[in-house]
Ligand binder design. Structure first.
Ligand SMILES: Nc1ncnc2c1ncn2[C@@H]1O[C@H](COP(=O)(O)OP(=O)(O)OP(=O)(O)O)[C@@H](O)[C@H]1O
Length: 296
């Protein structure tokens, strides 16, 4: 499988702290990779190394097979990069800035920037220096996307965006992925990563503690089923069913925690008459609460 991004033993040590500690990761082409971690975990450090802006103390990083240190320009050629602290020429309007960049990038049709601005509800005629933080962020997103790069590297892209615009942005990320591009995005907001990522990597104190497929994680997670049954079912029987981790009953009904498929539970409960059933899907937030809590 071809790798869009690969790091090996990536380490960045400062005098007082190790920002990144031996991070090795592989991001296959054509997926959305969510890079998660609390403040100070090392997300920006990783991204700045990938963008060729920061030298690691040791280790290597490649983008589409090109080493980011040995051939910075070659590696960045196919990358759209949104820094965490996006700034641009304050005196230019967004339109002038994006036209200028588009020319530098070999003539990007200005209709692309216009289309993206419409989706993100940005007035391209405003001067960047006079924009709100959120609108400046939109300019940053547009400059990362408008030349349709093969790899998008986005540091906290939704910071400062209102919910409607966030949703539109996540749609753009999915479309990029569906076109075969690779999106690497960092966040400390679990819900947005859950909504869009195929794979998540969890970074804690500079170390990559987990890389997991989102669908698999969800399948393995516990679901809570709340049922009202016409006839009472013995709880000990429920607890014997494949996947059932816990079964309790109170005045509102029978409550069961299930790992994996709920089918064995449902076929066992059906003869007792299910008059109502609510399944609560697990969310990544709950699954990963442990990662954040541990050692936080
Ligand atoms: N120039 C620097 N000198 C010393 N320490 C630094 C420097 N840059 C970053 N660090 C430290 O490295 C660690 C990782 O920082 P980094 O900015 O990569 O985290 P982050 O995961 O992006 O956090 P946030 O979500 O807050 O942006 C932090 O402890 C930070 O204080």
């Amino acid at each position: 499988m071809s790798m869009a991004i690969r790091t090996s033993g990536l380490t960045k040590a400062y005098r007082r702290a190790t920002a990144l500690d031996n991070v090795s990761l592989e991001v296959p082409a054509g997926i959305v990779f969510g890079y998660l971690g609390p403040n100070g975990a090392g997300k920006t450090t990783t991204i700045r190394i990938l963008a060729g802006l920061l030298r690691p103390t040791s280790g290597t990083a490649t983008i589409l097979g090109t080493d980011v240190l040995a051939d910075r320009e070659g590696a960045q050629q196919h990358v759209g990069y949104l820094p965490g602290d996006f700034v641009a020429y304050a005196d230019l309007t967004a339109e002038q800035y994006l036209r200028y960049l588009g020319n530098l990038r070999g003539g990007v049709p200005s209709s692309r920037a216009r289309g993206l601005a419409e989706r993100l509800r940005l007035d391209l005629g405003s001067r960047i220096g006079e924009m709100s933080h959120g609108n400046r962020q939109k300019v940053g997103i547009i400059q990362a996307f408008h030349h349709q790069p093969e790899v998008l590297i986005l540091d906290e892209p939704t910071a400062g965006l209102d919910p409607l615009v966030q949703r539109e942005f996540l749609g753009m990320v999915r479309e990029a992925r569906d076109e075969g591009r690779t999106v690497f995005l960092s966040s400390h907001v679990m819900s947005e990563v859950e909504a869009v990522a195929d794979t998540v990597g969890i970074l804690r104190r500079g170390a990559l503690t987990e890389v997991a497929d989102v669908a698999t994680l969800k399948a393995q997670a516990l679901r809570r089923i709340d049922m009202v049954l016409e006839e009472s079912v013995p709880l000990e029987d429920l607890r014997m069913i494949d996947g059932v981790r816990e079964a309790t009953r109170d005045h509102t009904g029978t409550h069961v925690l299930v790992e994996g498929s709920t089918a064995p539970l449902l076929s066992h409960a059906a003869p007792y008459g299910i008059s109502s059933i609510i399944t609560q899907e697990p969310d990544l937030e709950e699954i990963f609460l442990g990662y954040y809590a541990k050692g936080a």
